[in-house]
Design a binder for this molecule. Sequence first.
Ligand code: NAP
Length: 295
Amino acid sequence: MTARRIDGKAAAAALRERVASAVTEFERQVGRAPGLATVLVGEDPASAVYVRSKGKATAEVGMASFSHNLPDNISQAQLLDLVHELNRDERVDGILVQLPLPRQMDDKLIIAAIYPAKDVDGFHALNAGRLATGLDALIPCTPLGCLHLLKAELGSLEGNEAVVIGRSNIVGKPMAMLLLGESATVTIAHSKTRDLANVVRRADIVIAAVGRAEMVRGDWIKPGAVVIDVGINRIPTADGKSRLVGDVAFDEASEVAAAITPVPGGVGPMTIAMLLRNTLVAAHRRAGLEGPEGF
Ligand code: NAP
């Protein structure tokens, strides 16, 4: 079998287009565009690239973008002041604080200060708890993007065996909650899981969110499984440069799986599209509107 390549770039472009039309409709009803504020502390180049592309994507769908770039020597109290100011700002529907923060700051404390209705990353404990208890929540963008791709591929996930490798609060745990919500039978594996290969072999759906280059081998995959690779790992190449690979050995797994996401071009583009979707949803809730339809 040669697996179908799941095109996350195309799925993300389609979603962004739908968000853009919904933004126009929101603006017509409310008299302003939904707004996303991004906060970047320090000059980590990777974080700066992420934040810039988030700001650009926000503007492209017609949303208002408010970017705050702060030096890494600001105090935690100053950052908290900014978060409180954004919480109060009526033009801001979503607040994204780029992680990780510099060492002198406590990520958890900053996330806890974001008003949950504006927590478009879905990292606040209230949103995590709401997701876990089956209530309406703002859901972390990466697992939400994975779910979108899975449902496009499989339709109903009911009764499927799903194995999520990784138990972070950002990807693994919310992914497991989403799959459970779709009535899949869910296993969460992690670094202490015994005989991981055999655990993965029973999965109809594999989600790899580990951060270890090509750890999941082709012979771990059940024939016909759907594989979603969240990992982003940079490995050196023979010419002294480097390239991006996922947590799954793509070529090997492609010979066994029914469908698989590539890295890059799979889950990555969905993450930003879902951030826009979450901002749109947050804006509707804050404005007391129904909808948006179809999201
Ligand atoms: P993380 O917080 O470092 O969590 C990694 C998880 O993998 C942990 O639960 C860890 O287990 C588990 N793990 C580590 N080594 C393992 C092993 N040998 N066998 C089984 N499990 C193992 O990472 P994360 O934030 O969830 O991110 C995971 C990957 O996804 C990274 O490559 C990251 O760059 C990528 N990512 C991509 C996107 C995107 O938009 N595409 C977004 C977010 C993250 P323990 O809990 O036992 O330590």
